[in-house]
Design a protein. Structure first.
Lengths: 252, 443
């Protein structure tokens, strides 16, 4: 009996999840990957001088968040969704656009806050963000409003420093902010949202975030049955230590 | 946030009667643990997978991604999914899967499914014992006949297997199935998660030599990647000859997981009830949270209407039910309370607004007596922010004002089918807070 086809289709249809493992591939890669709790070692390509904040692949910047180390990126998954960045004032990053509905293969969009340094093609990670070395234990950000869908927060760690394609550098490196019970994703709300780093849990590993090899934080919007127009701003970004003292990372 | 709405509850104008002045509990509560001597009412904790009330295609359980669907054979079949009205209990909305399936050759199976992949970490279902859902199967034309279809629940868990995925990309699953009547009516089913097994087609060796691995149920339930509900022709089970085609619509609603915690499990001789659920009327977003994962509680913010309109209310209920071990169908049942003298429970109301106490109506429903009017015995009680135990003599309960003239106290006690805590705001009133209920005991 042919029971395979429907499940094959089901696998193809799963494009929404950014973190789903491919078991055979994942285990092969695991042996060569640095562990997330190992210090970052700069790859050979790190010595290349490349302009920062320029990319053919990503719509990066504008780099006016108020943090010299921070860049922002919009990411629309489905080729139909639109997303644009704006920086109306120092310390504020805004994203607006439209999410395609699920029926039109809508996958989602993300506002990513980059902390690492990478080369032009995003296939060489020149340095990671070591939150642990800086004594950072939490991220705070404020939202003026939230879109009419779920808005969640993920931390992404570097899994490979040199990659054939950009996603390969972070494949399997997604950590989602979960509720303290670990049973639900935290849904971001208007106002101040505090995200303790140890409450980010590896979507594949199930382990808490170590924080030594951070690439970026990502605010992710999920597509719904209906098109979703969104326009929200992130401000008051702040790292803090265990005593809730503000930590400002050094400018790069 | 977990929002479990109870669409099986029907609301009728009996609510208007709450405005009537009824005896308020005085001198019948104490800030002590509930004396559990007597017969304890026991219920499972509930994790709502989806009640579809958001209407946006995203399951209530945030670890799951959006619902999708497919059909097979793909070349000759089609499926379309979304939401449809009304949901179970003829209220709200439900998940919808329309299908039009045609067999390609004699060996092909027919089927369509609605599914959701994990959005983040794998789902750990290991502590749950039951998988509940409501289903409504509408045939189109005469192509879909009861008993020729299976409604199968699939739990996909590649991490539980060494190989995990067959060469054709099919993933190891645990399944269990029911035979839903194709009658266009809502039916409630509950499956025992410990009875889920690998399906017959994942046993032995495939045509191209792949040998399916036997997976451990506990490992699978601890790391579920996706779940799906499929409608399939029943010939897979060898029961009947496969139909050449099937077409219709499957609606699913109130997909829940049930767990008996250690405390509830330890109660011997308890009176079993369903998991609790919350409901708001009219539905206006005032019911903020219904957390049934640990203890029944509901948080709400309601604003009273202008004079002359039906006042908003929220209600927290548990029901008497019966599970047919053969069909797995859950049906309404009754409990006989005539041998008992009192109802005790622990309760607190934590107000958000500056109100020290709030008045709730405790209702013992007996819908079987007058199904269209939802009769009940009821009495009022004032709950405060301090958790207290309350003991209400059953003789202090009075017949509900609706249906008009209802006075069958003995009959209602003999056929009690739901226990509810309800509050209603008056004209212009603002009410906001959280009601929590624990230990319920009959003596």
């Amino acid at each position: 009996m042919n029971r395979t086809l429907p499940l094959l289709l089901l696998l193809v249809a799963c494009g929404e999840s950014h973190s789903r493992p491919s078991p055979a591939t994942d285990s092969d890669l695991e042996a060569t990957r640095p562990r997330d709790d190992q210090p970052f070692e700069a790859p050979a390509c790190a010595t290349e001088r490349e302009p920062e904040c320029v990319s053919d692949d990503f719509r990066l910047c504008p780099g006016t968040s108020g943090y010299a180390f921070l860049r922002a990126q919009t990411f629309a998954e489905d080729g139909v969704t639109t997303a644009a960045l704006a920086a109306p004032e120092a310390g504020t990053i805004c994203m607006s656009g439209r999410l395609a509905p699920i029926a039109d293969n809508g996958g989602g969009a993300a506002l990513s806050l980059f902390l690492d340094e990478r080369g032009r093609a995003n296939t060489c990670i020149r340095s990671a963000f070591d939150a642990r070395a800086l004594g950072i234990s939490a991220l705070e950000l404020s939202l003026d409003q939230v879109p009419d869908t779920r808005l969640t927060l993920s931390a992404v760690v570097i899994r490979k420093t040199e990659c054939a394609v950009p996603f390969e550098c972070i494949e399997g490196g997604f950590y989602d902010l979960l509720t303290p019970t670990g049973e639900d994703l935290v849904l971001l709300m208007p106002g101040v949202n505090r995200a303790p780093l140890d409450e980010f849990i590896g979507a594949d590993s199930g382990e808490p975030l170590d924080g030594r090899r951070l690439s970026f934080f990502s605010l992710y919007l999920q597509a719904t049955n209906e098109p979703v127009d969104f326009d929200f701003c992130v401000s008051q970004l702040r790292f803090s230590d265990a005593a809730d003292r503000t930590i400002v990372p050094p400018a790069r | 946030m977990v929002m479990a709405t109870q669409k099986r509850l029907l609301f009728r104008p009996y609510r208007l009667g709450l405005a009537l002045v009824l005896p308020v509990c005085c001198g019948c509560f104490e800030t002590q643990p509930v004396d559990t001597r007597g017969v304890q009412v026991v219920w499972p904790l509930t994790r709502t997978i989806d009640d579809f009330e958001s209407g946006n295609g995203l399951p209530s359980w945030t670890l799951l991604g959006s619902w999708g669907c497919n059909a097979w054979p793909a070349e000759t079949s089609a499926a379309e999914c979304g939401v449809a009205e009304p949901g179970s209990g003829d209220a709200g909305v439900a998940g919808s899967l329309s299908f039009d399936l045609t067999r390609e050759s004699g060996d092909d199976g027919l089927g369509a499914q609605i599914y959701s992949f994990r959005r983040s970490i794998p789902l750990d279902l290991s502590r749950y014992h039951g998988f509940g859902f409501s289903a409504n199967l509408e045939p189109r034309d005469d192509q879909l006949i009861s008993n020729q279809v299976l409604l199968r629940v699939r739990l996909d868990c590649p991490a539980a297997a060494t190989v995990g995925v067959s060469p054709q990309g099919e993933r190891v699953v645990l399944t269990s199935a029911v035979r839903p009547p194709a009658d266009g009516a809502w039916h409630r089913f509950e499956l025992d998660l410990n009875a889920f097994t690998q399906p017959a087609w994942q046993q032995g060796r495939t045509g191209d030599g792949f040998e399916w691995e036997r997976i451990d149920r506990e490992r699978c339930l601890a790391a579920v990647d996706s779940l799906g509900l499929s409608i399939e022709d029943a010939d897979l089970e060898g029961a009947v000859e496969g139909a050449p085609a099937m077409a219709g619509r499957l609606m699913v609603d109130e997909i829940d997981l049930y767990e008996m915690d250690a405390e509830q499990r330890s109660v011997e001789g308890g009176l079993n009830f369903s998991g609790w659920s919350c409901r708001e009327r009219p539905e206006a977003g005032g019911l903020r949270e219904c957390d049934l994962r640990r203890a029944p509680s509901m948080s709400f913010t309601m604003q009273g209407n202008d004079r002359g309109q039906d006042s908003p209310s929220v209600v927290l209920c548990t029901h008497a039910h019966r599970l047919d071990q053969t069909t797995h169908e859950v049906t309404a049942d009754t409990r006989d309370l005539t041998a008992f003298e009192s109802l005790s429970f622990g309760a607190q109301f934590m107000p958000d607004a500056p109100e020290s106490i709030r008045r709730f109506t405790v209702r013992l429903g007996c819908r079987e007596l007058v199904p269209s009017s939802l009769p009940a015995l009821q009495r009022e009680v004032e709950l405060s922010a301090e958790r207290s135990s309350y003991t209400l003599p059953l003789e202090s309960f009075t017949p509900s004002p609706y249906p008009l003239g209802f006075d069958n106290v003995e009959g209602c006690l003999a056929r009690m089918d739901e226990l509810c805590f309800e509050t209603q705001v008056q004209d212009g009133e603002l009410a906001s807070g959280t009601l929590a209920i624990d230990e319920v005991v009959l003596r």
